[in-house]
Design a protein around this ligand. Structure first.
Ligand code: TXA
Ligand code: MG
Length: 352
């Protein structure tokens, strides 16, 4: 297919979106167009969720398989009733506490939602984002907005408008540039349609926080190998991948981990390979004398989440052959970071 869209990029004040600019973007949604917009997690690629053709275009431009359903974004609670049916009572509590925010709920779908959104399943994913630009776009267009992350399929999710343009320029109508996204990893997805509520994707809201309100919440990470048949859509292990090979290191013994990373980095460098290292600011001294390309991840897991995907893209642009990174502890936001690293590394975790 030939992409002829002229992509219009508009800078928008993230705290106080200009109503006129937002109204133009909403008109594009209402006429069946595609608008990329910032959310507090990552940028989304939005279309009117009730417009089958517009939603199908999302799949085309992303090169996303049609069996991978997308999330429907709303701005007001009443919109939930247009999208989902048989809503369990726990949803009141969860939405009170976590919406607007980085929590996506899988519920039974209403008939108004086209098959293209849900990949023909009888469930639908819904989220109310907190980002003012996302909220304004949904309000002004007056419809729920179906939106996956605004990257090409299997590329790292976009946390800036530049990332979106890199992947989708010429394929979408409008990109709303609201600067860098705050959280940097996608929303947490929990399924509320089966007997046991289950977290399908760790994300911006921590499992521990959710369990305060939903103690029975199970965690079943949806990882499978790429060459297996997917049991559920969107669960392929290979995802969020940079072009470079990712090496992810784990282990409780700090000294052992740093020593192994240093040793492997040096071995690769000696073979003439270009090495990228993503590292927390306080740990960079562990690599003294190792002549690699560095991406600083900040001081804590929040900063790490916010810079993770842009770091992968930066090192890809520098054309490194290998990206090395130490995984954080798998608690809080660290669980989401570990999940993204594991997928980017296609499961290749080195335990020291
Ligand atoms: O933070 C986010 O969630 C971002 C922003 C834009 O909201 N969106 C996002 O969308 O990450 P996407 O399409 O990249 O990831 C959504 C995931 C996919 O893995 C998809 O398979 C899953 O949600 N999903 C959507 N509907 C589902 C359903 N009915 N049942 C199970 N999984 C579903
Ligand atoms: Mg995605």
């Amino acid at each position: 297919m030939i992409y002829t869209a002229e992509t219009y990029m508009a800078k928008i004040d993230a705290l106080n979106p200009d109503p006129q600019a937002m109204s133009l973007a909403a008109q594009v949604i209402n006429s069946g167009g595609l608008v990329a917009f910032p959310t507090e997690t990552v940028y989304g690629l939005g279309a009117n969720a009730f417009n089958t053709q517009a939603v199908e275009r999302i799949f085309e431009v992303k090169e996303r398989p049609a069996n991978d359903p997308v999330i429907v974004h709303i701005a007001e609670m009443y919109q939930l009733n247009d999208i989902a049916i048989n809503i369990p009572s726990i949803v009141d509590k969860l939405t009170d506490v976590f919406w607007p925010g980085a929590l996506t709920l899988i519920l039974h779908r209403s008939e108004q939602i086209p098959d293209s959104v849900t990949a023909g399943q009888d469930t639908v994913a819904v989220r109310m984002p907190s980002h003012p630009i996302a909220q304004s776009l949904i309000r002004q267009s007056g419809v729920p907005i179906a939106a996956p992350s605004a990257n090409r399929f299997s590329r790292p999710s976009p946390t800036s408008a530049v990332h979106v343009m890199h992947d989708l320029a010429g394929r979408v109508d409008v990109v709303l540039d609201g600067g860098n996204t705050h959280i940097g990893v996608e929303s947490t997805i929990i399924e509320l349609t089966s007997a046991v509520p289950t977290m399908l994707r760790p994300g911006g809201i921590a499992l521990e926080e959710l369990r305060q309100y939903l103690p029975s919440l199970a965690f079943r990470p949806q990882h499978i190998l790429e060459d297996e048949t997917a049991p559920a859509p969107g669960t392929l292990l290979k995802h969020y991948s940079p072009n470079a090979e990712m090496l992810v290191y784990t282990g409780d013994n700090d000294e052992a981990v740093w020593q192994e990373m240093r040793r492997q980095a040096q071995t690769l460098l000696d073979k003439g390979r270009k090495v990228g290292i993503m590292v927390l600011d306080d740990d960079v001294m562990r690599f003294e004398g190792v002549i690699a390309q560095y991406v600083m991840l900040g001081h804590d897991v929040e900063a790490m989440a916010a810079t993770l995907f842009s770091g992968m893209r930066e090192l890809d642009a520098a054309e490194v052959d290998v990206i090395m990174v130490r995984a954080p502890q798998q608690v809080g936001l660290g669980l989401a970071i570990f999940d993204r690293l594991k997928r980017a590394a296609e499961g290749n975790i080195i335990n020291c």
